[in-house]
Design a protein around this ligand. Structure first.
Ligand SMILES: Cc1cc2nc3c(=O)[nH]c(=O)nc-3n(C[C@H](O)[C@H](O)[C@H](O)COP(=O)(O)O)c2cc1C
Length: 323
């Protein structure tokens, strides 16, 4: 399949793996890229720029295909060493960067000078247009159903993607709720040039996370995610568990008085406990409603081959047969 996204990134299939905290290590990024998609290492999961440089080098040992690094800009009291991370990306020879969380304008000149393609992930048409205006090469448009931070507008992809198509000139990926060949064809029909998946890629053989996490996704239905931190305007879609129930109870009880300190135990430092130790009730971890469409744990290659075969089948047989 050839789209503006396969052309932009020089890859075989219009499928990207979004950055995921404590999931997007070199093993997963390399497996996705080797399967013809765009694999992404999560920059901030590496505690220092030096460790990110090592992770990039490790990924290069596992694939000679294009892969990228996610840089998430979070509001924080002591910000991470972003200049150091950008330097590690450029010196590591990475050619694709996924930015998210906040406007990446400050970092674009350095990234573009190094010949890096920047895809900005955002949750609204206005932020997508801003990304286009400041010179991003593409955007990933994350609908309300997505795992992670869906923003505060709550517009699902059936509306958000065609709205993005109406306004954008640069290529864009549909993100949030994507799982299979049906998702890909639907995304293309709504005007996208490819799709980005998070949750689906966690339930793969190569995802270097605890088996409990993969099993929890397979066991979950589309009814099993919750929105947390809404009162703090930092909404996150997570898989329900005992820690999340505790957190939601605090949100209900404290109402408008809720502060981040009140829920610290349920959100801070949770990822290593979940992803590495498999302690599934430790607290809130991102997961999309798409869990309801995930029923197995294939290799990344089997998953991507299956998606492309199904997508081609739908276009050539089911849809062509209707017209
Ligand atoms: C466990 C997990 C961790 C994530 N961590 C990040 C992150 O650190 N930075 C980021 O930009 N997006 C993050 N995301 C969002 C994904 O990159 C992607 O946009 C999202 O999962 C797409 O929705 P889907 O899960 O329905 O496919 C995370 C998602 C999940 C499921």
């Amino acid at each position: 399949m050839k789209t503006r996204i396969t052309e932009l990134f020089g890859v075989e299939h219009p499928i990207m793996q979004g950055g995921m905290h404590y999931v997007g290590f070199a093993e997963l990024a390399a497996a996705v890229s080797n399967a013809g998609g765009v694999g992404i290492i999560t920059g901030l999961t590496q505690r220092t720029p030096e460790l990110l440089a090592k992770e990039i080098a490790r990924c290069k040992e596992m694939t000679d295909k294009p892969f990228g690094v996610n840089l998430t800009f979070l509001p924080s009291v002591t910000p991470p060493d972003y200049p150091g991370y950008v330097k590690a990306i450029i010196e590591g020879g990475v050619k694709i960067v996924e930015t998210a969380g906040n406007n990446p304008q400050k970092w674009l000149p350095a990234l573009k000078d190094a010949g890096i393609k920047v895809v900005h992930k955002c949750t609204s048409v206005r932020h997508a247009l801003k990304a286009e205006a400041i010179g991003c090469d593409a955007v990933s448009v994350d609908g309300f159903e997505c795992g992670g931070h869906p923003g505060e507008d709550d517009v699902p992809n059936f509306i958000l993607l065609p709205r993005a198509a109406e306004e954008l000139k640069i290529p864009f990926l549909a993100s949030g709720g994507m799982a299979d060949g049906r998702s890909l064809v639907a995304a293309l029909a709504l005007g996208a040039d490819g799709m980005n998946m998070g949750t689906r890629f966690i339930a793969t053989k190569e995802a270097p996370v605890h088996e409990n996490v993969k099993q929890a996704i397979v066991a979950a239905s589309e009814l099993d995610t919750r929105l947390v931190m809404r009162p703090l305007r930092n909404t996150e879609r997570v898989l329900v568990n005992a820690g999340v129930e505790r957190l939601l109870e605090k949100e209900r009880t404290l109402g408008a008085n809720l502060k981040f300190e009140d829920i610290f135990n349920e959100v801070a430092g949770v990822y290593p406990k979940i992803m590495t130790e498999g302690d599934m009730d430790a607290g809130a971890w991102s997961c999309g409603m798409v869990a309801g469409l995930i029923h197995d744990i294939p290799t990344c290659k089997d998953l991507i081959d299956r998606i492309m075969a199904q997508a081609n089948g739908i276009i050539r047989e089911r849809l062509a047969g209707m017209v």
